[in-house]
Write a protein that binds this ligand. Structure first.
Ligand code: CA
Length: 472
């Protein structure tokens, strides 16, 4: 009897340790998203004046996606694509949402599964930090959308200095822009925070790693830097006193604050002994806006349009345990691939709630699959109009070499492998390719929905239709 009991105890302990071991082999995932960072504003893409040593280390120890894209050229829809792994126009998230905390339809539809939802199925601890921008209604907030913890703000941007956060909560917000001044949220509580916003977001991420190093975890760290308003502290500004242009100087300082944060996160991973088996992504939600601040290098265009400067972003990842460092991956990939990759690694046998539009990048990064991850990438830009009855759509398609683009300035075919800056229109020389890409776009287009809510530029119209928007 005693022996049998002892045997069961040993079996029990063995099972626990085996399960723990199995559990610990799942990689942690840290997804760092920055806001409006120009393609050429990181060291790994050639920036001379802005120093990003910690972000560059991710590139050195992992992979640079030199042709890494997002699914939309402005904040909200790009995030909706990233967090669902799906082209956002397939579920109507075609505009930048307004801050409308009473409106359950202003944000990511509940039909959608987030990357947080998916990872929780695999027992990940999940944390959203920073800018949410996927709905301010109580049913759409991070802790209802797959996150165990949240620290940040709900709207499309925020002021950076704590003394400017003078609105107690959303009930005190009386205009779209005033939402930038609310106190921060910790989970569902408004809190008093005393640090410069970027530093606070970094600190909370480091703290979460400290508390969760023994479980697989996922951090969605969405810095609003270097999105406007341009605001930085002396600590970072003094690194750039040699930059004469004021907007560029402040912007550079804001990027430096992010870079320090990335450095602190990496240090904490090393301290906890989980550096090797943690995947870290770093990318921007859209290109630079080019208002004397950002720099998209040779790329044509900027935030808001479908030229490369709007949608091709600084994009790197590392996973030291599995992926060889020092790689430049120059085939087109897209932010939607992060969901599909995470799913393949953590819950390959479970069917996703909705069809995913990205691919698992790991076999490509390991050299096991030499093909292109994507035959085609697609974009539809639901251009913002002040008159909400007017609609204008721009479209673009990318293959490995070619890009079809039709917008207000261009109706063209470009060969991006020959010319990154989209200057030489090859439409007449290669009508067949132009037609083929256009045809594939029209097939993709059939799966899309019109935007399901009014966007940022329809603020006045929305107020007219919703007179109680800011009433308590
Ligand atoms: Ca943005």
């Amino acid at each position: 009897m005693y022996k049998k009991f002892l045997f069961l105890i040993i079996l029990f302990l063995f099972t626990i340790s085996f399960n723990n071991k199995k559990e610990n082999t799942k990689p942690n995932i840290i997804l760092i998203l920055v806001d409006d960072l120009g393609y050429a504003d990181v060291g790994f893409n050639g920036s001379k004046d802005i120093k990003t040593p910690h972000i560059d280390n991710i590139a050195d120890n992992g992979v640079i996606f030199s042709e890494g894209y997002v699914s939309y050229p402005v904040c909200g829809p790009s995030r909706a694509g990233l967090i669902t792994g799906r082209y956002q126009d397939t579920f109507g998230f075609g505009k930048n949402p307004l801050f409308a905390p009473k409106d359950p339809n202003m944000g990511l539809p509940l039909s959608e599964e987030t990357i947080g939802d998916m990872l929780k199925i695999s027992n990940y601890r999940t944390f959203a930090v920073g800018k949410w921008h996927l709905g301010a209604h109580e049913s759409l907030r991070p802790m209802k959308r797959g996150f165990d913890e949240f620290f940040g703000f709900l709207t499309g941007g925020h002021r950076y200095f704590p003394h400017e956060w003078d609105l107690e909560d959303e009930t005190k917000v009386k205009s779209q822009s005033a939402a930038y001044r609310t106190k921060l949220l910790r989970n569902e509580e408004r809190i008093v925070e005393k640090e410069y916003l970027t530093d606070a977001l970094s600190r909370e991420s480091v703290d979460f790693i400290d508390r969760n190093a023994d479980n697989p975890f996922f951090i969605y760290l969405a810095y609003n830097a270097p999105h406007g308003p341009l605001q930085a502290t002396e600590k970072y500004l003094k690194r750039y006193s040699h930059i004469k242009e004021k907007n560029r100087r402040i912007y550079a300082a804001m990027v430096s604050a992010v870079d320090d944060g990335v450095g602190n996160i990496i240090s904490k991973l090393k301290e906890k002994g989980i550096y090797e088996n943690t995947i870290v992504y770093f990318l921007s939600d859209n290109g630079g806006r080019l208002r004397g601040d950002s720099d998209n290098g040779e790329l044509r265009g900027k935030k808001g349009n479908l030229f490369e400067g709007g949608i091709r972003v600084p994009f790197v990842m590392q996973w030291p345990k599995e992926i060889k460092g020092g790689q430049i991956f120059d085939k087109p990939v897209i932010s939607l691939d992060i969901f599909a990759t995470s799913k393949a690694l953590t819950s390959p046998g479970i069917k996703p709630k909705n069809e995913l539009h990205g691919v698992n990048l790991i076999p490509f990064l390991k050299g096991e699959n030499k093909k292109n991850p994507h035959d085609f990438l697609f974009w539809r830009n639901n251009l913002m109009q002040k008159d909400v009855n007017l609609r204008y759509e721009a479209s673009a398609v990318r293959t490995e070499k070619f890009k079809f683009i039709k917008n207000k300035e261009s109706d063209a075919l470009y060969n991006l492998k020959n010319e990154i800056s989209e200057k030489t229109n090859l439409k007449d020389q290669n009508q067949e390719m132009y037609d083929s890409l256009k045809y594939n776009y029209s097939k993709w287009y059939k799966k899309l929905m019109d935007p399901i809510f009014l966007g940022l530029l329809a603020n006045k119209e929305y107020n007219r239709l919703n007179p109680d928007r800011f009433k308590n």
